[in-house]
Design a protein around this ligand. Sequence first.
Ligand code: HEM
Ligand code: HEM
Length: 230
Amino acid sequence: MAHLAHYREAHPLPFVITHWINLVAMILLIISGFNIHFPFWAAFEGIARGIHMFFAFVLVLNCIVRVILSFFVKSAPTGGTRRTDTDIKSWLPQTDNRHQAGAWVKYYLFLKKDHPLSAKLGVPQKLSYLLIPPLILIMAYTGLCLWGPTMNAPPFAAGLNLVGGAMMMRIIHYFLMYVFICFMFIHVYLANVEGTAPTKLMFFRREHGGLVYDPDKHAIIGEDELDEKH
Ligand code: HEM
Ligand code: HEM
């Protein structure tokens, strides 16, 4: 299946940076979190908690910055175009996604070979990315219920009371980590299943040619042979 051209405007620099920060923070949180749970590396035990708390704040702050920037930074709402609009519009329902949910789900369930030509983000992709900020906030809340300096503050003490104590909260925090691990495996697989162009663009701002799309006409209007210039 031919693809829409991958232009930098789809992922402007601020979002490339917030995505890199997400990746680094998430990996360090998972490694240090595993070390808190199973202290498999004794020498690392002391600093694992320090690393965990530091990157916990980085992750939460980065998430808040990413969400706020989506109201100010412009990005291309579809692939195949350099035309941009406020980024938040790529996260709301778009004409280019209309009536596609069923077809996307069939594609993900291997019931259909091709997926619809959609906006920059397909329906399930958009929904799963939108779940990341609330999940990060839940992780932060359950984490702060376990952190010495905050666990006795009323909002966190109430949470501990509600679930039945710190042991239960640790179990919740621990198992929620697997939601992120599952998301990351599926995310990396889907991001690269049709070629590495999306990843090269997201991480290194490397463009790739393909079909050119007109977001007003909702139609393909040509092809960009960008590849040949590289
Ligand atoms: C976002 C803010 C976060 C905060 C404030 C936070 C805080 C904490 C704290 C204080 C602990 C130590 C618990 C204890 O001593 O019993 C802990 C443990 C842990 N954290 Fe986090 N964390 C956060 C995010 C994450 C994320 C995103 C992951 C992984 C995706 C993660 C995975 C873990 C794991 C696996 C443990 C060990 C839990 C256990 O003892 O079984 N945390 N976290
Ligand atoms: C090696 C690991 C990763 C790869 C290869 C990767 C790849 C990508 C690609 C290619 C896109 C653009 C999708 C498109 O335009 O169709 C994207 C977007 C996104 N990724 Fe990742 N990603 C990785 C890690 C992560 C992690 C750890 C998180 C967060 C937990 C994450 C969250 C997101 C989110 C929320 C978006 C939406 C766009 C944005 O944030 O501006 N990714 N990723």
